[in-house]
Design a protein. Structure first.
Length: 365
């Protein structure tokens, strides 16, 4: 990295969403030249991350950026120390400061992304490895055995000769399409572990989504519902699911999320994961592509089934949210189980419908 690279990194650490043309003006280069430098930095493992909500830096006596780190939600990320200042304990200072910031926010359970060659050093600072994507990143948490305790809380445990499947869903909200997927898994397996996203990332609260799923599958005795906690498709493991990002980042985060799922699958004896075909959501389609590639490598079959349709159109949670957003909740009757319909057309669902109607965009990208 030369001085111009350092200036670009410094500007991006101050504002990760700064347009290239603005960076070009600040460093007296053309926009194509800045884009080329950012691309080279990315190839060297220094990537512009648009999903940040706090950034700090340490500057040397010449006001050059010597070290930096950032937060997003309950994660610590984008840790970097200039090669000219390594060995000065700056990473320790950055991580300690970011932990203090997170604790002040009320976030006690923290997650951290780092490069594989930095994992050992960060373990000395109180972080414990959960999973790694070889040659790319390591995902860590600040609770010893946190992931192990989560896995131990899941039941039933595997039995010899038992066929076991897994399904992971946002269910935002639970539709007949989701029900179709779970029914297929329940019909073809002895046990189905159904993981419902815990992340609060929309107008339908996590507790409501979980309740509607449980009501929608209560007649299927071999289906067991679990909360994903912070470990599956969360803002910690897969922020690109909730906020737009590049395809490269989506694929890397999808692989991380799937490696966590594979660890859970081994402990529960999951042999298959069921997923619906995806045509409309870009991020979900990319996730499914990575899933179909990576799960077989771990000995898990990926079963992709066609979407349930009504009048030639796929039944989707996005369509349900759109109808509610447009003030037409009665139109969802043919798309959702009775329990979901009753909730959104009854008094308990009034505040959730109002929250959906306040959203500018209800279609998942």
């Amino acid at each position: 990295m030369d001085d111009l690279d350092h200036k670009i990194v410094q500007l991006l650490s101050e504002n990760a969403r700064m347009p290239v043309k603005d960076i070009a003006q600040r460093v007296s280069l053309t926009s194509p030249a800045v884009s080329s430098r950012i691309h080279r930095l990315e190839q060297e493992g220094i990537r512009r991350d648009g999903n940040l909500d706090y950034t700090c830096g340490i500057f040397n006596d010449d006001w050059e950026l010597a070290a930096t780190g950032s937060c997003f939600g309950n994660t610590i990320r984008c840790l970097a120390v200039s090669g000219r200042h390594r060995g000065e304990g700056l990473l320790n200072q950055i991580v300690s400061h970011l932990v203090e910031v997170q604790l002040a926010r009320g976030s006690a359970h923290l997650f951290l992304y780092t490069k594989p060659d930095s994992a050992q050093y960060l373990s000395d600072l109180g972080f414990y490895e959960i999973v790694r994507v070889p040659g790319s990143l390591v995902f860590m948490e600040n609770r010893r055995g946190g992931f192990d305790r989560y896995c131990a809380s899941l039941s039933p445990k595997p039995q010899e000769g038992q066929s076991t499947a897994g399904v992971v869903m946002n269910a935002n909200p639970f539709t007949l399409g989701h029900r179709h997927l779970v029914e297929r898994a329940a019909r073809e397996n002895d046990v189905v572990h159904l993981f419902v996203l815990s992340e609060e990332a929309g107008p339908i609260p996590s507790a409501v989504r979980r309740e509607l799923v449980e009501q929608g599958v209560r007649d299927l005795p071999n289906v067991f519902c679990h909360a994903t906690g912070p470990y599956l498709i969360s803002s910690a493991t897969f922020p690109s699911y909730f906020l737009k990002d590049s395809d490269t980042v989506i694929r890397t985060q999808a692989e991380l999320d799937l490696r966590i799922f594979c660890q859970i699958a081994r402990r529960l004896g999951i042999q298959r994961r069921y997923v619906g075909q995806e045509r409309s959501s870009h991020v979900t389609r990319l996730y499914n592509e990575v899933m179909c590639q990576k799960l077989p490598e771990a000995g898990i079959q990926c079963v992709e089934i066609p979407r349930l349709t009504r009048d030639g159109a796929a039944v989707s949670a996005s369509a349900v949210r759109q109808a509610i957003h447009d003030g037409q909740p009665e139109h969802i009757r043919d798309w959702v189980p009775a329990s979901t319909y009753d909730f959104f057309t009854g008094p308990r669902g009034a505040s959730v419908c109002a929250a959906i109607q306040r959203e500018a965009e209800v279609i998942h990208y």
